[in-house]
Design a protein around this ligand. Structure first.
Ligand SMILES: CC(C)(COP(=O)(O)OP(=O)(O)OC[C@H]1O[C@@H](n2cnc3c(N)ncnc32)[C@H](O)[C@@H]1OP(=O)(O)O)[C@@H](O)C(=O)NCCC(=O)NCCS
Length: 341
């Protein structure tokens, strides 16, 4: 079936290959998740030459004859999780069930094993919010021996349903519990005087957020690593909105949240990380950072209509905050992992 399949590493200087990677990425996503925004073309073109510094990224295309039919991205973390290979694997809809996915997966495993990576991971949608199957990842994962180690739920905030009075009320109710704390905001680059604290919060994130059965070391993020990541990310053209909370008595940054809007997709934002330092929980800092950040985003990005976010299904505190703000469950996603040693 797959005799005529060729898998080649993408040449960033070949515009046809760069174009194919963009098209396959978008078409495969649109086939299963039509409500998600397309990949920003500007970001795709920059990122393919300048990937995020925390991982060694390799991109491969699968060709049937001259036609590109599948895409594989392999990320090999370079600071921690040195036994992991994180995959993204996409096959054009009309070429599915012909062994392309399996061949790309085999290629990824061999590529990773040759570099000491014995644990393979992936992330994909599996069902809608009610449990009806979405996409082919679940049967495919079963076929290649992967297990779902952590269930995530995507929630979406449709801003046409936003209740500003309710958001004001949530903030008014929260601030009295947060005496002695104050907010600070920044964009693509974190302020230098907060970067040490931010790195500390960032590296604690995986330790603090529910991680299910997933075998993934907390990332060791220091100020230098964070600075470099922020500088690279800034070149992708997205606009970031970040809000932190300072504990006035110590001057320490103790909470943080971030959202991003891609350069060429003005109607959609991603709600990213939110984290409150364990010693400062119980002061509604999660709600405050998110609600204040949302207000800023809405003021600066009037075209944004939809905001998407992921949470582990068991992350009850974060989900309660999101639901109170107006986020609603859309679909369920699996964090796949398998040992290939
Ligand atoms: C998942 C995906 C990569 C599979 O690609 P593919 O080329 O169709 O996979 P293969 O043809 O190699 O399928 C291998 C096996 O997986 C199983 N499988 C794959 N899709 C299936 C489906 N829709 N229903 C039932 N079983 C399926 C089968 O056991 C299949 O073997 P078989 O055809 O001999 O029965 C593709 O559907 C896709 O791009 N989906 C969107 C992105 C995604 O979910 N990626 C995976 C997570 S990173």
């Amino acid at each position: 079936m797959s005799q005529d399949l060729r898998i080649v590493e993408l040449d960033v200087d070949d515009p046809t290959a760069v174009d194919a990677a963009y098209t396959i990425g978008n078409e495969a996503i649109a086939a299963d998740l039509p409500d998600l925004p397309p990949v920003c073309r500007y970001e795709h073109d920059v990122r393919i030459r300048l990937p995020m510094p925390g991982a060694d990224r390799h991109t491969f295309l699968a060709y049937r004859g001259e036609e590109p039919v599948g895409l594989l991205q392999v990320d090999l973390p370079v600071h921690d999780n040195l036994d992991k290979a994180i995959l993204e694997l996409l096959v054009l809809k009309q070429h599915r069930r012909q062994g392309v996915g399996r061949a790309l997966y085999r290629h990824a495993v061999d590529f990773g094993l040759a570099r000491g990576r014995t644990s393979v991971m992936g992330f994909s949608v599996i069902t809608d919010r009610d449990g009806a199957p979405v996409g082919s990842a679940a049967p495919f994962a079963a076929a290649i021996g992967h297990e779902n180690k952590l269930l995530d739920v995507r929630r979406r905030f449709d801003l046409s349903t936003a209740d500003d009075a309710e958001l004001d009320r949530l903030l008014a109710e929260s601030w009295p519990k947060a005496a002695g704390y104050t907010t600070v905001q920044w964009g693509n680059l974190p302020p230098e005087d907060l970067i040490e604290d931010l790195a500390l919060l960032d590296s604690s994130f995986l330790d603090e957020a529910p991680n299910g059965e997933l075998d993934y070391e907390p990332e060791k993020i220091d100020a230098d690593r964070l600075r470099r990541a922020s500088e690279v990310r800034a070149q992708y053209g997205a606009r970031r909105y970040e809000t932190g909370v300072i504990h006035e008595a110590t001057g320490q940054l103790v909470a943080w949240t971030a959202m991003r809007v891609a350069k060429t997709i003005d109607w959609h934002a991603w709600q990213l990380v939110t984290l409150v330092h364990p010693e400062h929980r119980g002061h509604r800092l999660g709600m405050i950072t998110k609600a204040v950040n949302l207000r800023t985003l809405r003021a600066q990005e009037p075209a944004v209509q939809m905001i998407d976010t992921f949470n582990a299904e068991v992350n009850a505190h974060m989900i309660a905050i999101n639901e109170a703000m107006g986020f609603r469950a859309v679909d369920r996603w699996a964090n796949w992992q398998a040992s290939v040693a």
